[in-house]
Design a protein around this ligand. Sequence first.
Ligand SMILES: NC(=O)c1ccc[n+]([C@@H]2O[C@H](COP(=O)([O-])OP(=O)(O)OC[C@H]3O[C@@H](n4cnc5c(N)ncnc54)[C@H](O)[C@@H]3O)[C@@H](O)[C@H]2O)c1
Length: 314
Amino acid sequence: MKLLVTGGAGFIGSHIVEHALSDGHEVAVLDDLSTGRRENVPAGVALFEVDLRNREATERVIKDFKPTVVSHQAAQASVSISVRDPAFDVTVNVIGSINLFDACATSGVELLIFASTGGAIYGEVPEPARARENDALLPYSPYAISKLTVEKLLHFYQGERGLNYRVLRYANIYGPRQDAHGEAGVVAIFAERMLKGDPIQVNARRQLGDAGCVRDYTYVSDVARANLAAAAGRVEQLVTNVGTGVSVSTSELAGMMQRTLGIEATIKQGPHRAGDLERSVLDPSRCTQLLGPPTSMAVGLATTLEWYRAHRSS
Ligand SMILES: NC(=O)c1ccc[n+]([C@@H]2O[C@H](COP(=O)([O-])OP(=O)(O)OC[C@H]3O[C@@H](n4cnc5c(N)ncnc54)[C@H](O)[C@@H]3O)[C@@H](O)[C@H]2O)c1
């Protein structure tokens, strides 16, 4: 297949590119390098340095490369930026996506895969539940609202323009190449700080000193494999969660990372961060049926921390 990965110079997109190459597909990347890096794009893969908000340039990429499948990962991916600047989020995540979908529909792209958010679209997931694909959707942040809007737009584009699609709703993804300087990505942030000997901070779930928010930490290779399964037409349902179903608090995560690294970090307690969901865990049944069991945190963290050790910034 000819696969175009938007956001392919970013964290998750670059893993999709790597997996697609090793499966023998022809791959190109569309990315404006706003948070992505040129060095994340493997040699020999065409990089179209284009902003999705530029409608004509986006259309040109689709016309020139003529992908059969598009994996749409490019996004303003920060919840807190979306809270500070909803208009920016909507312009990149909604208008940018519309520009891409128009180009794909007119050029006869066979399938579009969309990176949505399982971590934010369901709202609070109370103990002991795991969010299922058909559960009520209660997005709160402009980021999550944009992602849901794009899911709904895909339904429209399929009905009116014949654009075939699959939505993958990712949990909290971690792995090599995640940016430790952004505002999300606690594994990346903790890894860099622990390796430098700096203290780490556990923000409260409710009250100062508790174990912190609960998340479903999912290894990035599982996300790449889900994208490639979807690209190969192996995902039947329109919407599939990509997660593990395992609940891990920030304190538990810090403990696992310390043991894996053999480092005892100084842990500071912080207040609850405004806008953070207390608990978000996904039901991974559909994904597990497709790909088998998810990568365990022991294996995922070991590989990730080895990478951060080898690539530490100072
Ligand atoms: N990381 C997670 O835990 C997580 C969870 C759920 C969903 N997602 C989604 O997965 C996708 C990838 O996220 P990531 O964590 O790899 O983030 P990332 O910031 O590393 O990757 C996003 C990429 O999109 C590019 N981009 C941003 N705006 C663009 C624009 N206007 N035009 C072209 N390219 C643009 C960036 O340069 C970057 O390379 C995003 O859609 C994100 O919303 C991520």
